[in-house]
Ligand binder design. Structure first.
Ligand code: COA
Length: 355
């Protein structure tokens, strides 16, 4: 760990990258194996297709690709902490973040996984902000990456229609008060009495996987209707809190980047906040719900529309339950298209530079 540095005045976004795997699964593809229809999925969720990782492609592979793009966007600065938000680590043990850091050639940096399901990226960004503001770390690579195709039951129409795979990453570091890219306010919450709403029952210490474990226990499950209601209320409340702390009115928000769960959820959150739904960015139509990756992927997908200084409101809700929100302004950075294929990458992964 680096020596504690002077506490900076602010933390700013310095780079952003996203990656979605090549395999596309359309609603029509799902019609073949589930009792569902393209029309139902589009009208109830807004999703047209999603991306699935290739066989053998794990969370660390997607995380490293998104992170390398974020590092390129930031100009390959020195990183001293990696936080990887994920529900689908490569293995239950150890954490996946150290493997990603090594793969990127970042040296012996601090690296850990953070588990807050679909709120993971907002949680991780808040921790990175605090780590830099405290002077403990100078620059943090924050990644949200998930491979839900590995835990969703392909025959469960409640979940198989919604989730996809992907990764997104940002670099944040010390900056000046008022600098474009500044992270302003964060608000995080949880309610453990609702653990059963979203879960994978088996595979932990409560229910280790053994010969008696059923498929239903091994797969991801979700009580969609209840999650829908709680997600709308929680994201709206948390958003109000960060708007107030940032001194922003709802009319000041240029872009609402809410967790890409369901188009109807996004519309309702925007409506409760009094934000024009056209300011709510939509990426789920092409990639589905990518859990911890959804916010950075939505940011990377829509980056060409943002202007320096635009006010962005981020908010998410996920299993746990967990939820939160954050505000930032948009920095003058170049961001690659997350749909760019791996072999189109222009630069190799960077080698660490001595500080
Ligand atoms: N295809 C076709 N019909 C389906 C279906 C599917 N995939 N899933 C459910 N249905 C049917 C149901 O059987 C029910 O039929 P009925 O009225 O004859 O009984 C009807 O559609 C309505 O079911 P319901 O479960 O009420 O659907 P819904 O409108 O709540 O949509 C979700 C289901 C999962 C899309 C929705 O609840 C949702 O998006 N929830 C939030 C999920 C989420 O955001 N999760 C991540 C947060 S971290």
């Amino acid at each position: 760990m680096p020596a504690r540095t002077k506490r900076p005045a602010a933390v700013v976004l310095e780079g952003l990258g996203g990656y979605v795997p090549a395999g596309t699964v359309t609603n029509l593809d799902l019609e073949g194996r589930l009792e569902t229809s393209d029309a139902w999925i589009r009208s109830r969720t807004g999703i047209h297709s999603r991306r699935f990782a290739a066989p053998g492609e794990a969370t660390s592979d997607m995380a490293a690709e998104a992170a390398s793009r974020a590092l390129a966007s930031a100009g390959y600065p020195e990183i001293d902490l990696v936080i990887l938000a994920t529900t689908t680590p490569d293995h239950p043990c150890p954490a996946t973040a150290p493997a990603v850091a090594s793969r990127l050639g970042l040296g012996p940096v601090a690296a850990f996984d953070l588990a807050a399901v679909c709120s993971g990226f907002v949680y991780a960004l808040a921790q990175a902000n605090a780590a830099v503001l405290s002077g403990q770390h100078r620059r943090v690579l924050v990644i949200g990456a998930d491979t839900f195709s590995a835990i969703v039951n392909p025959l469960d129409r409640n979940t198989a229609i919604i989730f996809g795979d992907g990764a997104g990453a940002v670099v944040v570091g010390a900056g000046e008060e008022g600098q474009p890219g500044q992270l302003s306010a964060f608000d995080l919450h949880s309610d453990g009495s609702c653990t059963d709403l979203i879960r994978v029952a088996a595979g932990g210490s409560r229910m280790p996987v053994n010969a008696e474990t059923s498929d239903a226990d091994r797969y991801f499950s979700m009580q969609g209707k209840e999650v829908f209601v709680q997600a709308v209320t929680a994201m709206a409340e948390s958003s109000r809190s960060v708007l107030q702390e940032s001194g922003w009115q709802h009319g000041d928000v240029d872009w609402l980047i809410a967790h890409q769960a369901n188009q109807r959820i996004l519309n309702q959150v925007a409506g409760l906040l009094g934000i024009d739904p056209r300011k709510a960015v939509i990426h789920l139509d092409r990639v589905g719900n990518t859990s911890a990756a959804s916010i950075p992927l939505a940011l990377a997908d829509h980056a060409p529309r943002f202007e320096t200084g635009d006010k962005l409101l981020l908010t998410a809700f996920g299993g746990g339950t967990t939820w939160g929100a954050g505000t930032l302004t948009w920095p003058p950075i170049a961001v690659a298209d997350p749909q760019q294929a791996v072999n189109e990458r222009t630069k190799p992964w960077p080698t660490p530079q001595p500080s």
